[in-house]
Design a binder for this molecule. Structure first.
Ligand SMILES: [Zn+2]
Length: 425
């Protein structure tokens, strides 16, 4: 079995423990041994990597990824991309995510029904480079909800699937389970950019949410919800949704319910998209209309207060920011860690834990992923600098000296840092 040994590294293990100097031996796809003493790990046939004091840490987990979004300024534009081009685009995007240190991604919806599934399968088969991936359905939404971009007078494709009534939602959910998704995505609330369904509006009915959750439960799948309004959060929790996206406008009762479910639910506020829509979209020629900007400003403030409260209550709050728009492009995903520090008051180390060990729990592999620990899967980043002091380092892919996924280098360390041992004859 192939072996790699990292020596002379500062280990940030993902648990929140202070960094320590040491060595890590990878055998096959797992971390075989960790030593705090220099030269203690003997591995004569291993590839030697001299970290030169760089940081070795777990690969990052993106909790709200859209591998098939196209960095467009509108969601309507996604419907115009033919399936063939769209598949190639998604293939490129997952490589970009891995290039930027994300070794796992939780998809928050595919832009066409089978895109996530085929990309996940190709990654797992070793046919294309990409992170570990949980594949999602398209967004299941109601007529007039987020993702319904149809026009009354002629046909227009959407990135969402529109259903009305419990029967239609049940049929759609069964359909996507048949096609192989890990996660069913629903849009129970609206969004500030949708005039007919704003963030504060709850547009799915209890019966519709229940129908999707029932399908998921019966097939061992999970449901993720675009839930900005307080009522959409509560409706989701009442019916067994486990991944709450946004949850920004939660009220006191919603916070109580999230806390009561903290051992099974995850919250990803997606600060990246809200922050950049509010402050940076204008630099890309797409400023939000004044009423939308006012609402986003309110949502960002209330949302940050709510995330701080949820964290105090022990709810797992994860970075992952809806990257995939012109002003919030794929590849910038690590910026969400900076938002956690700047907007939510996380220490850099706590932001790293959220993006690694807690993210691994979202991937349903918390017992073998997301930490530099003996026996864990070898998803590792060798980083120039100390991200536990400054998470912004992670946004510069030039400072990711090496990227290892499942024991294999996606990005090899610079030649000066790696030497190949010649096995004794
Ligand atoms: Zn999203």
């Amino acid at each position: 079995m192939a072996q790699t040994v990292f020596r002379n590294v500062a280990i940030v293990d993902g648990s929140g423990a202070p960094p320590f100097r040491g060595e890590v031996l990878v055998q096959g796809n797992r971390i075989q041994a960790i030593s705090r003493a220099a030269g203690a790990l003997s591995a004569p046939s291993a590839e030697e990597v001299d970290g030169g004091g760089a940081t070795l840490m777990p690969g990052l987990v993106e909790a709200h990824a859209h591998p098939s979004f196209a960095d467009t300024s509108t969601i309507e534009a996604l419907g115009l991309i033919p399936p063939e081009e769209h598949t190639l685009l998604a293939m490129k995007n997952v490589r970009v995510l891995l290039d930027h240190g994300f070794t796992s991604l939780f998809s928050a919806a595919a832009a066409k029904p089978r895109l996530d599934v085929v990309i996940r399968n190709a990654i797992n088969a070793g046919d294309i480079p990409g992170p570990r991936m949980l594949a999602a359905s398209p967004e299941m939404t109601v007529t007039g909800g987020l993702g319904d971009v149809r026009l009354h007078h002629h046909h227009r494709e959407s990135f969402a699937v529109i259903a009305d009534g419990a029967d239609e939602f049940r049929r759609a959910a069964r359909h996507f389970v048949r096609e192989g998704v890990d996660t069913l995505k629903i849009n129970p609330s609206g969004d500030e950019y949708v005039p007919s369904a704003r963030a504060k509006h709850t547009v799915m009915t209890e019966a519709e949410v229940a129908a999707v959750c029932e399908v998921a439960r019966s097939r061992g799948r999970r449901v993720a919800a675009h839930a900005r309004s307080a009522e959409s959060v509560k409706m989701s929790l009442r019916n067994g949704v486990e991944v709450l996206f946004h949850a920004t406008l939660s009220d006191a009762e919603a916070l109580e319910m999230l806390e009561a479910a903290k051992d099974r639910v995850f919250v990803a506020p997606t600060l990246g998209i809200t922050y950049t829509s509010l402050f940076e979209a204008k630099d890309h020629g797409a400023p939000p209309p004044a009423d939308v900007a006012r609402a986003l400003e309110h949502e960002l403030k209330v949302g940050c207060d709510n995330m701080k409260a949820l964290r105090r209550r022990g709810v797992r709050v994860l970075p992952g920011g809806d990257y995939g728009f012109t002003w919030n492009p794929i590849g910038r995903n690590a910026r969400d860690l900076e938002h956690f520090v700047e907007l939510l008051g996380y220490t850099p180390m706590d932001a790293l834990v959220a993006a690694t060990a807690l993210g691994a729990q979202l991937m349903m592999r918390g017992d073998e992923l997301g930490q530099v620990r003996e026996g864990f899967l070898a998803d590792l980043l060798l980083v120039d600098g100390d991200p536990s002091k400054d998470v912004r380092i992670l946004q510069d892919k030039g400072r990711l000296l090496a990227i290892m996924k499942d024991g294999e280098f996606h990005k090899r360390p610079p030649a000066a840092r790696a030497t190949y041992a010649i096995a004794a004859e």
